[in-house]
Design a protein around this ligand. Structure first.
Ligand SMILES: *[C@@H]1O[C@H](CO)[C@@H](O)[C@H](O)[C@H]1NC(C)=O
Ligand SMILES: *[C@@H]1O[C@H](CO)[C@@H](O)[C@H](O)[C@H]1NC(C)=O
Ligand SMILES: *[C@@H]1O[C@H](CO)[C@@H](O)[C@H](O)[C@H]1NC(C)=O
Ligand SMILES: *[C@@H]1O[C@H](CO)[C@@H](O)[C@H](O)[C@H]1NC(C)=O
Ligand SMILES: *[C@@H]1O[C@H](CO)[C@@H](O)[C@H](O)[C@H]1NC(C)=O
Ligand SMILES: *[C@@H]1O[C@H](CO)[C@@H](O)[C@H](O)[C@H]1NC(C)=O
Ligand SMILES: *[C@@H]1O[C@H](CO)[C@@H](O)[C@H](O)[C@H]1NC(C)=O
Ligand SMILES: *[C@@H]1O[C@H](CO)[C@@H](O)[C@H](O)[C@H]1NC(C)=O
Ligand SMILES: *[C@@H]1O[C@H](CO)[C@@H](O)[C@H](O)[C@H]1NC(C)=O
Ligand SMILES: *[C@@H]1O[C@H](CO)[C@@H](O)[C@H](O)[C@H]1NC(C)=O
Ligand SMILES: *[C@@H]1O[C@H](CO)[C@@H](O)[C@H](O)[C@H]1NC(C)=O
Length: 721
């Protein structure tokens, strides 16, 4: 044992020595220094460090890229630019002086920038124009005639010319013939005709709204992967102090592009902004600006190599000594640790076998991120745990941290079940897992943060939450349908969600729906269609299919039932268990309106008639079809998607709700997984008798929606911070 350890240490040392020296010698080529700048609020002193090209000015604590109405200026038909007045080396021909002549490879600088903008409409009832852009340019001049559509970037003569060496990210508020709309973000290369555009209205962003709004834009470029990413998020100003309450960068970019800076911009380039107005005007104000650029100016010179070597040796030798000391300690530590971890073996084994990227977090890290699990950071609470909002300081990333509250052993099972499932699922309408953390008696899961909370909050959150518009609602249910279809069919193992409800449907910053909380999900073999849970069926009242009360089994069909409840909830704006028009629950009420041919009367009044009748009817009838008391009569997810996308008509819904039939006396198990097509005509037997509602309506009166603990995506109508 001793000998073996000694041999291990020795061989480890040799390996390290071999690896360390070359690595250290080239370390300067691997990790470059960055030059970092943080600017704003802007006062007159910035005239010294910025090139402010007229008619741009600095006033009202902002860079006014086109003139501010505070000055004595004409606002129409103007263009301007403001730059940081020092240039940066953005690429090199080669990595090292030895290969300087080959020019084959070379480095490209990475940079990150973020800036806070306010595009202001001087006359709130006139249209705004034209736009503002972040740009990288070869010099500090402003092209003549770059007003109007040219955004201060190019002019009629130079537009599209590769010798412009311009890269820009535009915020365009005026639709030209080549633009998608009057509210988009674009990636521009040497031209005002964007290479890529993103329509911002879809993302609920208005660059130049009627009121005053502030947006942070992040532009990040990775010189190694040569990928550009742009993020955007609204920011709020504290009305009292006028300070900005900066919300961290969202996780998902709104625009990504693969591009090599080297092919576009000049080796020495400037960073800055340009903007223009035309006949339509706006103020283009920049309030804050951070810029971090890798410093390539040393790379490739003799100087830097010898310096690198010096650093390499200077750092390398002490490091080896330290490592030798450390290794001894490590052996001891691992030994001790192994014994301590023996009880955790199960969980460790399971975690190790997980493929994919989510990482293990340190408890300290999460504790710090959530400010020691501060009550103020609480997003929601359910039967399985409490969810907190947190910010990972290193990544400056907002996350949701779910802390399991059950006792040790049971919690661990839940934890593992959730982790092994979510970890392997990838779908744009599922909440993404970022990592986990386990510590004696404590289990935590880290998810992507969903800034808009849960659907539940937006449907029933009270007056402070604006009512969701019809198109948003439609988009949300369509997203949930595709996520459910993925779980049931597309993933190699059938996954039953088991707890589909509004509080488990999260909304990202663009109001796209993301299905969350797989705490109750269990992976099933494809052969089986249901799974008996020893403890009975968890879930939430009103969303539970009637057969579940008899069989105790969750199935694909019972998930569809839950989806039906969500559909009705979204269309009617009422919780499933609300007593409506003398009926015990919303389904029965809608069914009666359908029978009387006035199903549209069920549509949420708060929409004020502002909805698409055809779509509303489709959702309501589909909601009823999914609520069929007989499991096998409910549509499959494939059909649901086709119905929502209107490529297939809604199945005919009988005028009276059919009676519930005991599952044991109906079709044998296993039948349900076959049907993938819609039978639009005859799947519903006509003329079934009016059912005795109480026969299948879930028994308990679910007065408290939380009685079953909506383990909550982040859950259950508790308000967001
Ligand atoms: C750029 O800024 C420096 C101060 O950082 C100043 O000394 C210099 O004059 C400025 N140059 C131009 C062209 O504005
Ligand atoms: C604006 O400038 C013009 C000419 O430059 C001058 O005649 C006018 O008085 C100025 N107005 C104000 C309000 O400063
Ligand atoms: C830019 O930010 C990302 C994290 O968002 C970081 O990984 C990267 O190192 C940063 N790049 C620079 C040049 O600072
Ligand atoms: C710039 O960075 C600082 C700290 O790193 C941050 O507090 C500030 O909000 C950032 N400003 C912008 C415009 O990104
Ligand atoms: C604002 O714009 C509207 C519509 O273009 C126009 O009718 C109105 O006169 C403008 N108001 C002012 C104060 O310029
Ligand atoms: C500045 O760069 C533009 C291309 O973006 C070029 O057309 C122009 O001639 C340059 N001006 C100067 C003074 O070098
Ligand atoms: C996109 O960018 C390339 C340069 O990388 C340019 O040659 C091309 O014309 C651009 N395409 C459009 C549609 O603007
Ligand atoms: C903008 O505000 C004006 C009144 O200030 C109003 O008449 C107009 O409808 C608003 N436009 C939008 C798009 O909200
Ligand atoms: C960029 O390239 C990577 C791989 O080279 C690819 O996976 C990714 O989809 C590309 N992104 C875009 C926006 O084209
Ligand atoms: C701005 O330019 C357009 C087009 O050249 C012209 O029709 C309009 O009159 C100009 N507006 C002002 C206020 O100069
Ligand atoms: C970049 O690096 C070079 C040498 O490595 C150094 O002289 C220069 O001051 C650095 N520039 C910045 C902005 O840090």
């Amino acid at each position: 044992m001793k000998l073996k350890q000694l041999a291990l240490i020795t061989s480890g040392m040799v390996l390290l020595l071999l690896l360390l020296f070359p690595a250290a010698a080239f370390s300067d080529a691997q990790n470059l220094e960055t030059s970092q700048h943080k600017w704003g609020p802007f006062d007159q002193s910035y005239y010294n460090t910025f090139a402010v090209i007229k008619p741009a000015t600095i006033s009202n604590e902002a860079l006014q890229i086109t003139p501010d109405s505070a000055g004595n200026f004409t606002l129409a038909n103007r263009s301007g630019r403001v730059f940081f007045n020092q240039s940066f080396v953005l690429w090199t021909d080669s990595d090292s002086p030895g290969s300087a002549t080959t020019g084959a490879s070379g480095r490209v600088a990475s940079f990150n920038t973020s800036f806070l903008v306010n595009v202001f409409r001087v006359n709130s009832s006139a249209v705004p124009g034209e736009g503002l852009a972040f740009l990288i340019a070869p010099n500090l001049t402003l092209p003549q005639g770059s007003d109007g559509q040219y955004l201060g970037l190019t002019n009629a003569a130079s537009d599209g010319n590769p010798s412009n060496h311009l890269l820009a990210v535009e915020l365009d508020t005026f639709k030209q013939s080549f633009d998608p709309d009057d509210n988009h973000l674009g990636l521009n290369i040497n031209s005002i005709r964007s290479n890529k555009t993103v329509s911002l209205s879809d993302l609920d962003i208005q660059i130049a709204p009627n009121t005053t709004k502030f947006y942070m834009v992040w532009v990040q470029y990775d010189g190694v992967s040569r990928q550009l990413e742009v993020f955007m998020a609204e920011q709020l100003q504290d009305p009292k102090t006028s300070d900005f309450v900066i919300r961290p960068r969202p996780t998902t970019p709104i625009l990504t592009a693969n591009l090599s800076l080297k092919d576009i911009v000049e080796q020495n380039s400037y960073f800055g902004f340009s903007a223009s107005t035309g006949s339509a005007i706006q103020l283009n104000c920049l309030l804050r600006w951070n810029l971090t650029v890798e410093n390539l100016s040393g790379v490739g010179s003799e100087d830097s190599k010898s310096q690198g070597l010096k650093i390499g040796l200077g750092v390398g030798v002490p490091v080896v000594v330290l490592l030798l000391l450390g290794l001894g300690g490590l052996v001891y530590y691992v030994h001790k640790r192994r014994r301590a971890a023996a009880s955790d073996q199960n969980i460790l084994g399971a975690l190790k076998s997980l493929p994919g990227t989510p990482r293990e977090f340190e408890f300290k890290e999460l504790k710090k991120a959530t400010n020691n699990f501060d009550e103020k950071h609480k997003l929601g609470q359910g039967g399985f745990g409490v969810v907190y909002r947190g910010v990972l300081p290193k990544e400056n990333l907002e996350v949701a941290v779910k802390k399991f509250s059950r006792d040790n052993l049971k919690g661990k099972d839940d934890f593992l079940a959730e982790l092994t499932i979510i970890n392997r699922l990838r779908h744009k309408h599922l909440v993404r897992l970022l990592g986990w953390c386990h510590r004696t008696g404590m289990l935590l899961i880290v998810y992507e943060y969903m800034p808009n909370g849960s659907l539940d909050n937006h449907l029933f959150g009270g007056p402070e939450n604006a009512t969701l518009g019809w198109s948003q609602r439609y988009k949300i249910v369509s997203g949930v349908a595709s996520a459910l279809h993925y779980l049931h069919n597309e993933y190699d193992q059938r996954v039953i969600h088991r707890d589909l409800k509004a509080s488990n449907i999260m909304l990202d910053s663009h109001f796209n729906s993301r299905l969350g909380d797989f705490g109750l999900a269990r992976a099933l073999d494809n052969e089986k269609t249901s799974y008996a849970e020893l403890e009975g069926v968890p879930g939430t009242m009103g969303y539970i299919a009637p057969e579940c009360f008899h069989t105790g089994k969750a199935t694909c069909e019972s998930d569809v039932y839950g989806f039906g409840a969500v559909l009705l909830e979204v269309a009617c704006g009422q919780r499933p268990w609300t007593k409506m028009g003398g009926f015990q629950c919303v389904v029965d009420w809608v069914w009666s309106l359908h029978r009387e041919g006035r199903v549209l009367e069920a549509v949420d009044e708060r929409l004020g008639g502002d909805y698409v009748a055809e779509e509303a009817e489709r959702l309501l009838l589909l909601g009823l079809a999914c609520s069929h008391p007989i499991a096998n009569e409910r549509p499959k997810t494939q059909a649901i998607i086709q119905i929502i996308s209107a490529s297939v008509p809604v199945p005919r819904v009988p005028p009276f709700k059919p009676a519930f039939v005991w599952p044991s006396s109906s079709l044998p198990e296993g039948v349900s997984s076959v049907a993938n097509t819609v039978n639009t005509t005859s799947s519903w037997p006509l003329g079934m008798s009016v059912s005795d509602r109480s026969e299948w309506t879930p028994r308990s009166r679910y007065d408290s929606q939380d009685s079953y603990g909506g383990a909550g995506g982040y859950s259950d109508s508790s308000s967001l911070v």
